[in-house]
Ligand binder design. Structure first.
Ligand SMILES: [Zn+2]
Length: 287
């Protein structure tokens, strides 16, 4: 299994803790738990957090990732949604992310990950974007272990300010939820692919994952996983399989393969209702 993080420098969190010191502290702690584990990070150089940090601050965070051995990939400049953005604008946003990445890693990034995992609503728009990415030398970084870590992360960061009991409860529920996500996709990959595959996990760089990473890693170990690089995971032949999915859903690649094979897609477990309710309530208060 490969572990990947989206929305660098920071994602799926509350609006707080976005100053340089807080992001530095979170990143250092997160990567500290991941020593000896290869990870990939997908960067939005134009995100709100990146703007708050400023160019030198933002680059200093990327440096922490690079120095820890992470592969950094392009996640677009400003996280547009391809479901509602024309290709010209979308591809310009991809290119706009490159200078900051080149500065951080000394070369153009190899991997691209679609924001929201939206890769094209119709076959035509999907193919047009695939063509652009291939011509620009990008390899798409799929996700198989898709999940809603950002919901838990938002409630967690917000609860840390006013409800320590809730924060603890959300963190415990997060591990149980992720365990159920892993169990589901292990089984589902057997049904769709005929075996367990080299999975690719999507997470976000935030305080919840920085705090709960030891428990998360223990859960993966208990389930028999070994962390490999994204490069190595992608040597699994399943990533060469046909994928004709075009649709509005930002879904696991296992679902896309199921769809391509004409199978009826079975969906992963949802987060507990109380977490979703708490997410909605707290986000409404903040808006
Ligand atoms: Zn994202």
């Amino acid at each position: 299994m490969a572990i990947t993080f989206d929305d660098l420098p920071r994602g799926g969190d509350s609006a707080d803790g976005r100053n340089l010191a807080a992001v530095q502290e979170m990143t250092t702690r997160l990567l500290g738990h991941l020593r000896d584990i290869p990870v990939a990070g997908f960067v939005n150089p134009g995100s709100a957090t990146a703007q708050i940090l400023g160019e030198p601050g933002f680059q200093s965070i990327l440096r922490l990732w690079v120095e820890s051995g992470a592969i950094l990939g392009n996640h677009t400049f400003s996280h547009p949604d391809y479901n509602s953005t024309l290709l010209d604008e979308y591809s310009a946003d991809i290119l706009k992310a490159e200078p900051a990445l080149v500065q951080a890693i000394g070369q153009r990034p190899v991997y691209f990950r679609h924001p929201f995992l939206h890769a094209g609503k119709e076959p035509e728009t999907r193919q047009a974007l695939d063509r652009f990415l291939a011509e620009r030398g990008y390899r798409v970084a799929p996700v198989t272990l898709d999940n809603s870590d950002y919901l838990f992360a938002f409630v967690y960061a917000s609860a840390l300010e006013d409800d320590a009991v809730l924060a603890r409860r959300v963190r415990a529920a997060y591990i149980d939820y992720m365990d159920s996500i892993f169990a589901f996709f292990e089984q589902w990959s057997k049904e769709v692919v005929g075996r367990e595959i080299a999975q690719i996990l999507l997470l976000h760089a935030n305080r919840l994952n920085a705090d709960a990473m030891p428990e998360l890693l223990a859960m993966m170990k208990r389930r028999g996983y070994r962390a490999v690089s994204l490069d190595e995971a992608l040597t699994d032949p399943v990533y060469q399989s046909r994928d004709t999915y075009a649709g509005a859903g930002g879904i696991s690649w296992i679902h896309r393969w199921a769809h391509t094979k004409g199978m009826e897609v079975r969906w992963e477990p949802e987060e507990p209702k109380w977490v979703r309710d708490e997410f909605r309530r707290r986000r409404a208060l903040r808006d």
